[in-house]
Write a protein that binds this ligand. Sequence first.
Ligand SMILES: Cc1ncc(COP(=O)(O)O)c(C=O)c1O
Length: 368
Amino acid sequence: MKPWWQPHIGDLEEKFVLDVLRSHYINEGHLCTEFEQKLSKILNVPYVVATTSGTASLFLSLAALGVGPGDEVIVPDFTFIATANAARLTGAKVVLVDVDPETLTMDPEAFKAAITKNTKAVMPVHVSGRAAQMKEILSIAKEKNIFVVEDAAEALLSKYQGASLGSLGDLGILSFSANKMITMGQGGAVLTSDRKLYEKVRMLKDHGRPVRGTGGNDIHFITGYNFKLTNLQAAVGLAQLEYLPGRAKRASEIQKFYQEEFKSLEGLKILPFEKEDQPLWTDALSDQRDGICLALEKTGYECRKFWYPLHTQAPYQTNESLLQTATHLGPKAFWLPSHFLLTDSDLEKISESVKTFFKHRDRKGKVE
Ligand SMILES: Cc1ncc(COP(=O)(O)O)c(C=O)c1O
C-alpha cells in the first residue's frame, strides 16, 4: 500500500548528520543558526527562530504576545488540534469559529462575529498550503486590536500578495513534522518581522536567556521553557532544504493533475489553489468519500480523511450550531495521495480507480 504521504530522506542527510556526530556538538548550535538564516532568506522574513515543533512554535508565539488566562483566542474548527492546544496551554480560552466552504480556512465573518472584549489573538490556518483570507482577517484584527498568529505549518513557500505565508501576522509558524514539505522528524520555526517579539521568542524557548553558552554566568531575564532544536535535527533540515525546489515543483504537478483529471467528475470536488499558494496536499470533497478511499485502498493507495472538526473532540466539545460548514463538510473531506514521490504511473492508476468507482456505482451526485 502506498501511503497518502511519505517523507523522503536523501543521501545528503546522512552525510550532514555524520558530520555533526563526528563533531560531538549535537546540541543547539551553529547548524540551527544556519538553518534559521537559510529560511529567513528563502522566505524573506527578517527573523526566524527554530524550535522543536510547530506546536511549540504556536505556543511560544502566543506566549511572546502575553496571551494567557482571561484572554480568548479564535481558532478555526477545521485544523489539526495543535492550533487549539497551543492556545489552551497558555491558559487562554479557545473560541472555535466556522470555516469558508470554498477554502476550508477560517471564515472572516465568523471571526468577526466571535470577537469579544477578551479576544486577544486570532490564529488563521493555511490548510494544505492554501492561504486563509488574510486581507479580511488582518483588517478585522487591526480594527479590533487583536494579534494575528498565522498557523502556516502546512504552507512552506506559499505566498499572499507577494509575502510568505507566516510573515503577514504579528508572528507565524512552520512545522517540519514528517508529513510536511521538509522534515527533520519533528521541528518547527517561528517567523516574525518584529525584533522585540523575536527576542522574546528566543528567550522563551531557552529558559529566559537571550544567549546560551556562557556557562555559569548565564543571565535569565524571564521564566522560559526548553524548545530548542538541535544540530542533529538542523543537519537533516539543511539537507532537506536542498531538495525543496524539486519537491515543490512535483507537489504542484500532482495537484494540477488531479485538478485536470477530475474536473468533469460531478461527485468529486478538488479544492483549487490560488496562483501564489504552494500546494502541499490535495484536498477533496465527496459525498462518497469513504467509498472512494476504500476503492483506492484496493488499488494500493491510501487516502487520508480530514481531521474531525475540533468541536467534536473531547477537549473542545461545543455546540455545533455556529460551526455548520465544518460539521457539514467534515465527513466529506479528505486528502488524495499527495506525496511528491508518486510517479506519473501512480497518478494514472489513482485516477482510473476513482473514475471506475464513479462509473460502476453510478454515483454522480454533485457535492453540495
Ligand atoms: C495546521 C497544523 N498546525 C499545527 C501543526 C503542529 O505541528 P507539529 O506537528 O510540528 O507540532 C500541524 C502539523 O502537524 C498542522 O498541520
